[in-house]
Ligand binder design. Structure first.
Ligand code: BTN
Length: 319
């Protein structure tokens, strides 16, 4: 019954609906309607109630459950199969498990909380309940193992553009795939694959976006930030998610056929710290220089202090 009432309000375009109309549509008394509305409030729905006008839905809860994703996001592939968890150790681990069991291309695993989120380079990823988007996308592409790392760069462009267009803030990409606003990391991407040299069996793109303010552990306080700190509105996770998935789907075919080349200009425009001094940390050494940009393969071109140009395939930039 509550689902039907939700549906009526969600279709109402935030207009008032009288108690009488609701009771007719639902075939229950006005007192029963009132009780159901009280229950919806407990789920996070907000209403305005005005005498003689009825009820008006002000806000839905910021839910990212599978039903909501499938209802709100206009995608055919990425979102056609959504596996949602209120809490899970890691969506990444779960996505691997589902991939091994044969889950289809485009499957999304998403959670409201991760208790053991995984970051790049064996780090952990802080994923507090309701404070971000923690999701893993399963892909079954037909490109080779060597081309696969570039999909992370592709995903970072799509995510950066989605956030820039929604909130008008100057988010940039710290090579290879961290999203920054000023000095704070807002989002990170972790791509993992399974397969052989000439054939990928599957690939999982794990995306963590810090949307809402939260108390970060001491070691992250300096570096981590959330969107809510920088925009003058309450970020809506479903809005971000749909924007990202829709744009990802729209551009994926081009990436799949042509690789990173059609996107590298755009990536360079979004690159953080171009032309300013940086240090690239590799496992046991450091490179001092300036970022020149990335090439068509997504490798970082650094102009060293002695003027020499070098190509960096992997490493961590300190800003
Ligand atoms: C990074 O270190 O910057 C990458 C972070 C990736 C975090 C996401 S959150 C969803 C998915 N599940 C995980 O356990 N990790 C990724």
């Amino acid at each position: 019954m509550r689902e039907k009432l939700k549906e009526i309000f969600l279709k109402s375009n935030h207009q008032f609906i009288s108690g009488e109309e609701l009771s007719q549509q639902m075939q229950i008394s006005r007192t029963a309607i009132w009780k159901q509305i009280e229950e919806l409030k407990k789920e996070g729905y907000q209403f305005e109630a005005v005498r003689k006008k009825g009820y008006r839905l002000l806000n839905e809860p910021d839910d990212i459950s599978s039903e909501i994703i499938q209802r709100e996001c206009h995608t055919k592939i990425f979102g056609s199969n959504v596996v949602y968890f209120k809490s899970i150790d890691s969506t990444q681990t779960k996505a691997h498990e589902l991939a091994r069991q044969g889950a289809k291309h485009g499957t999304i695993v998403i959670a409201n909380e991760q208790t053991n989120g995984k970051g790049r380079l064996g780090r952990s990823w802080f994923s507090n309940e309701g404070k971000g988007i923690w999701m893993s996308i399963l892909l079954r592409p037909s490109f080779s193992y060597n081309e696969a790392p570039q999909i992370t760069l592709f995903a970072s462009i799509i995510l950066t553009n989605a956030l820039r267009s929604l909130y008008g803030i100057d988010i940039r990409i710290k090579w290879p795939n961290d999203l920054y606003f000023e000095k704070k990391k807002i989002a990170g991407i972790l791509t993992e694959m399974h397969g052989e040299q000439d054939q990928i069996h599957y690939l999982i793109i794990g995306i963590g976006i810090n949307t809402h303010k939260t108390k970060y552990p001491l070691e992250l306080k300096q570096k981590a930030g959330s969107l809510e700190e920088f925009i003058n509105q309450n970020p809506k996770r479903i809005e971000i998610l749909c924007k990202f998935l829709e744009q990802f789907e729209k551009n994926y075919e081009l990436f799949h056929q042509k690789g990173f080349a059609p996107f590298f200009d755009e990536y360079n425009q979004l690159l953080l710290k171009k032309g300013t001094p940086i240090v690239v940390t590799q496992s046991t050494s450091f490179i001092y220089g300036q970022i020149y940009g990335v090439d068509e393969n997504g490798y970082l071109i650094v102009k060293k202090e002695n003027g020499e140009m070098i190509k960096v395939v992997s490493g961590d930039i300190t800003i």
